[in-house]
Design a protein around this ligand. Structure first.
Ligand SMILES: *[C@@H]1O[C@H](CO)[C@@H](O)[C@H](O)[C@H]1NC(C)=O
Ligand SMILES: *[C@@H]1O[C@H](CO)[C@@H](O)[C@H](O)[C@H]1NC(C)=O
Ligand SMILES: *[C@@H]1O[C@H](CO)[C@@H](O)[C@H](O)[C@H]1NC(C)=O
Length: 442
């Protein structure tokens, strides 16, 4: 442990000497964060990596196992436009703290998410293919600056919308490695949480999902099934449109991302906006005082806490954010979401290629998520025509059923694709960590 940290110090010193005249050091160790009592319980580094005219901000959490050999997981959030800190605080911090077997590199991408910014106006544009290409270059540049991680096995992780970009990124890396681009990236696999893959497929499964989850009646489902003939998004079929519209109306009040979760409609004039975590006058004046008694029953409250905490100067100073580069920061940047160019409508062709790549692929879905339904995920996995290695079965943790799991074998080699759906699950983490931070700061 001590020899490892001293070798890191020597390396940092060398880096300082070598790059001292070229650029200023662009990464820092963060030991404390405003609101958190004492030192952080993990080793955190933040920094910037330049990719063309974009300055990408990242958070790096080092493994407490064997950082020199443990996997390096590059994790990008969905949205598009949600900050890396969203993943760190709400999605996998508990896993990091419990398992401590991976180095995790959280990237603020696309540009405009979190603290990443462009230095010229043309560089603000982002699309699925641009983000994949930039993330690949980011990773290579990061490895050059952290050469002691150069040979670690690399995994790509993402959730939700980013599910469409991650296989493109994997393909870019494979193509780059084959073309001899340096440094070579030792890619081993991907982990996709509730991955957006194909909009039509996802939209088409929502009716089936609502029926399977008993959100709509058998009669309503049968009527839609007859009218739509399996195609629930056929806008040319008036009877189908009508049947689907009445289903939509029936489930309108259900929280799409978490069907058993509270909709929290009454705390916000526009529930959809509330879910985005807007820091607006309404939330400042109403939600915060109201939830000030510690009654954080609605997840949206935690998201608002995030938007407040991350805008404290003391927090940004502690994270070494470059002053003046980002005016106001949000958990998810909805301007980005609306300006983004959605240029890959279907990621299945990328997945087809990846099944022949020898990569390990883990796909997991929450079975209460109606936005990227587990049914859609199962459908595109089935379309890859893989051989089933172990059949669909319940998966238990300490005698409690926790989900369902199967393993599929790839066509040309013995690597596994694992799929699972997690019972009662939408996002992994409790948000007590962030609540603690904010309450301490106040
Ligand atoms: C649509 O519904 C109406 C009323 O039930 C029916 O008469 C008509 O045949 C349906 N159209 C098609 C194309 O099925
Ligand atoms: C959000 O992203 C856009 C780029 O799409 C950027 O111009 C903007 O500064 C970002 N931040 C906010 C708070 O809108
Ligand atoms: C899949 O691989 C083939 C053969 O290498 C290539 O021509 C094609 O462009 C790839 N598809 C995607 C979506 O990358």
């Amino acid at each position: 442990m001590s020899s490892k940290s001293s070798s890191v110090c020597v390396y940092l010193l060398l880096l300082l000497l070598v790059s001292g005249t070229r650029t200023a050091v662009s990464h820092w160790v963060v030991k404390t964060l405003p609101g958190f009592p004492g030192e952080l319980p993990f080793k955190l580094e933040t920094g910037y990596i330049s990719v063309g005219e974009v300055e990408f901000f990242y958070y790096f959490v080092e493994s407490e196992g064997n950082p020199g050999a443990d996997p390096l997981l590059l994790y990008i959030n969905g949205g598009p436009g949600c900050s890396a800190l969203n993943g760190l605080l709400y999605q996998i911090v508990i896993i990091i703290m419990l398992l401590q077997t991976a180095n995790v590199l959280f990237l603020d991408a696309p540009v405009g998410a979190g603290f990443s910014y462009a230095t010229i106006s043309e560089a603000w544009s982002a699309s699925d293919t641009i983000v994949a290409a930039q993330a690949y270059e980011f990773l290579r540049n990061w490895l050059i600056e952290h050469s002691n991680f150069m040979n670690n096995p690399v995994y790509l992780g993402s959730d939700s919308y980013q599910g469409v970009v991650t296989p493109i990124l994997a393909q870019d890396i494979i193509n780059g490695n084959e073309a001899g681009i340096e440094p070579q990236v030792n890619i081993k696999g991907l982990s996709l949480g509730c991955p957006h893959t194909n909009t039509d497929l996802e939209d088409n499964t929502r009716v089936i999902f609502a029926h399977r989850m008993a959100l709509i009646s058998d009669a309503m489902y049968k009527s839609a099934k007859t009218s739509c003939n399996g195609n629930y998004i056929d806008s040319t079929n008036a009877n189908c449109t009508e049947a689907v519209a009445s289903i939509s109306q029936c489930i309108e009040q259900v929280n799409e991302a978490d069907i058993l979760g509270p909709n929290c409609a009454f705390i916000s004039p526009k529930p959809k906006e509330g879910a985005q975590g807007f820091l607006n006058e309404y939330s400042r004046n109403f939600i915060l005082p109201w939830s000030g008694n510690g009654d954080f029953w609605c997840k949206n409250f935690d998201y608002i806490l995030f938007d407040i905490w991350i805008n404290y100067k003391s927090v940004q100073d502690a994270l070494h954010v470059r002053p003046g580069t980002v005016k106001e920061v949000f958990r998810c940047n909805i301007t980005l979401t609306s300006e983004y160019s959605y240029n890959v409508k279907d990621a299945i062709p990328y997945h087809k290629n990846l099944t022949n790549s020898g990569l390990q692929i883990l796909v997991f879905s929450g079975d209460h998520d109606m936005s990227v339904t587990h049914i859609a995920v199962e459908q595109w996995i089935n379309s890859l025509d893989l051989t089933i290695d172990t059949e669909w079965r319940p998966w238990f943790v300490d005698g409690q059923v926790a989900g369902e799991l199967d393993t599929l074998q790839q066509s040309t080699n013995a690597r596994n694709v694992m799929t699972c759906s997690i019972d009662g699950f939408t996002t992994i983490l409790s948000s007590s960590f962030l609540q603690l931070l904010l309450l301490e700061e106040r």
